[in-house]
Design a protein around this ligand. Structure first.
Ligand SMILES: Nc1nc2c(ncn2[C@@H]2O[C@H](COP(=O)(O)OP(=O)(O)OP(=O)(O)O)[C@@H](O)[C@H]2O)c(=O)[nH]1
Length: 583
């Protein structure tokens, strides 16, 4: 007996009870329906999948419906990619025929739906003959269900909602990635945008939505577009992966190879538009799966390299591969065609896109972190450099100041004896005289000359002479204890001592002390102990408008007198005679 379906519990799948046969292209319905030569084979599986074939198949099924009154029913062929589908329904001696398939413009369908739908009014218990002729370049899948029209509408709402949510999310993601691309100006976003757009378009194609909404009249493009889009996906997939995984830097040679590969993929766009779909389908699917595996391998290598984003990337590619494999397995009838396997690619791709979005976010986060670290270390470096510079400047300044002091010192110091030089003496006399005139106090000047120094030079040499001068100077400074007094070398073996606040007789006392200190102890030199004496002229008075040089002249005259009187003695200007002579 023929099956009798009860549609009150949802749709009834007709595939389980099909008979099918292969015929030539030209076999007509009348021939197939009536000829005894046609051998029908029963089909007993829930889902009918005959793989990729270019043959013409006929399906036949007789059944009746339970129920008590006429009802509106819908035949649903839920695979939108069938090329050429003719359906014949024989009922109460009437024959209804329908030309379906995506080689006909979308508008010619009895119900405008992405699936092939046939509305029909059925009378219960009456025999209905269902025939279908099918020829398709894609996979020969023929899932037919019979629905009560109201049930179909209810279920269709749910399906539409799921699809709408899915593509709505994709649209949102598109806008989001687009704004990311514009804001960050990063190429990886544009590539990713290309990838998800083409991927979404492919899913639209596979679900029949593209034909319904984008190109309902372009049957040729509808046939070729899926393969074309597949190569666009592979193209963007590769350049996106290259960019995200930073292949150019990590593996320059592999990167170069990928570049050639990408160019050849772009070439395939042209090929996919010229060669027929049935010729391209299988190789293209295997090619994309191979690319997917390649992506997975590269992702794995980059994970091993320690690239954080590669983890998300690999998991993502795993998801896509899973979806793709299930799709292929469905098409070559390894796994049954059902709701899950029909949507496996969509699930896989959604999962992939989710992971890839994570990967991009992660890579941005890492990049930002690295930038911050770089900035940090730069700032530290800068601060260090500034500190070092400051230290160097300070040190340099101190050195300069020291050098300056030394220079100033050396400018006013006699290099040989270390006492003040003639320049300092002149400055000192100027200042002290002005001060003495202003505050009205006395100044005393001593002119000191080493006696018979020529002989020392002649006898012991100039170097020993120098030593003697140094020792003489130090004996003199040893006697000068008051701050404000100045010992200076006047020139040659002649010295000058200026004693502010000192009367002439005070100066004479100091002069005498100096004379004694030099005469009492011989100078100890390399050439042995050398006895030396000095003659000293002292001139001291209350300065008035007199120039200091006058006083120097007076002291000099006293010195001259001391020399003249036999040397080794002190003579004051006021006396112009020896005040003391110790021998
Ligand atoms: N070694 C040395 N000798 C100097 C220096 N300056 C001057 N003399 C020497 O000092 C000597 C001064 O000689 P004179 O002016 O004839 O006087 P003197 O030999 O000291 O004799 P009286 O001054 O008359 O007692 C010269 O031989 C100069 O060469 C010096 O810086 N170093």
């Amino acid at each position: 007996g023929q099956p009798k379906y009860d549609l009150s519990n949802g749709g009834a799948g007709l595939s389980r009870s099909f008979s099918y046969t292969v015929t030539s292209e030209v076999a007509t319905f009348d021939y197939v329906a009536t000829s005894k030569q046609v051998k029908w084979q029963p089909h007993s599986k829930d889902n009918l999948n005959l793989g990729i074939t270019d043959k013409v198949y006929w399906f036949r099924h007789s059944f009746s419906l339970h129920g008590s009154q006429k009802q509106s029913v819908i035949f649903e062929v839920s695979y939108p990619l069938l090329d050429d589908l003719e359906v014949y329904i024989e009922h109460q001696g009437q024959l209804f025929s329908y030309q379906l398939g995506d080689l006909k413009p979308f508008g010619s369908r009895p119900i405008k739906h992405r699936f092939f739908l046939i509305p029909f009014t059925a009378t219960p218990n009456e025999n209905i003959q269902f025939y279908a002729r099918l020829k398709t370049s894609s996979v020969m899948i023929f899932p037919v269900k019979l629905w009560k029209a109201s049930d179909f509408t209810e279920r269709n709402q749910v399906n539409t909602l799921i699809l709408g949510a899915y593509f709505g999310l994709m649209a949102l993601l598109f806008v989001y990635v687009c704004s990311c691309a514009i804001i960050t100006r990063k190429r990886v976003y544009w590539y990713y945008l290309g990838y998800i757009s083409s991927m979404t378009l492919l899913l639209c194609n596979l679900s029949g939505l593209s034909f319904q909404y984008f190109w309902p009249n372009s049957t040729w493009w509808n046939g070729q577009s899926s393969i074309f889009i597949l190569y666009v996906i592979v193209f963007f997939g590769i350049i996106f992966s290259k960019s995200l995984l930073n292949i150019a830097q990590a593996y320059p040679r592999f990167n170069l190879a990928l570049r050639y590969f990408v160019s050849s993929v772009a070439l395939m766009w042209a090929v996919s538009l010229t060669l027929p779909y049935e010729m391209l389908l299988a190789p293209s699917i295997y090619f994309s799966l191979a690319c997917c595996v390649l992506g997975l391998v590269v992702g794995y290598v980059r994970v091993k390299d320690g690239l954080e984003v590669a983890k998300f990337y690999s998991v993502a590619w795993g998801g896509a591969l899973f979806g793709g494999l299930v799709l292929v397995a469905t098409k070559i009838s390894l796994v049954p065609f059902n709701w899950f396997t029909e949507h496996a690619l969509m699930f896989g791709i959604s999962f992939e896109i989710l992971c890839l979005s994570f990967a991009i976010a992660k890579s941005l986060q890492i990049e930002r972190k690295e930038k911050l670290q770089l900035k940090d270390s730069l700032m530290k470096h800068l601060a260090n450099a500034k500190e070092t510079l400051e230290q160097q400047v300070n040190q340099r300044t101190a050195e300069l100041e020291e050098a300056n002091i030394k220079l100033m010192q050396s400018a006013i110091t006699d290099a040989l004896t270390g006492v003040a030089n003639r320049r300092k003496l002149d400055e000192f006399l100027d200042v002290e005289y002005a001060r003495a005139v202003r505050f009205n106090y006395p100044i005393c000047v001593l002119m000191i000359d080493v006696d018979f120094f020529k002989k020392v030079n002649d006898k012991y040499g100039h170097q020993v002479g120098d030593t003697c001068l140094k020792l003489v100077a130090s004996r003199m400074t040893g006697e000068i204890t008051r701050i404000g007094d100045l010992v200076a070398r006047y020139g040659g073996e002649e010295f000058c001592i200026v004693l502010p606040y000192a009367q002439e007789h005070d100066g004479a006392v100091i002069a005498e002390k100096i004379r004694v200190s030099i005469a009492a102890q011989p100078m100890l030199t390399n050439a042995g102990a050398i006895e030396l004496t000095v003659s000293i002229g002292v001139a001291g008075h209350q300065p008035d408008s007199n120039m200091p040089f006058t006083q120097l002249e007076l002291a000099d005259k006293a010195l001259y007198t001391a020399k003249h009187n036999g040397r080794n003695q002190v003579v004051t200007a006021s006396e112009m005679g020896a005040i003391r002579h110790i021998n």
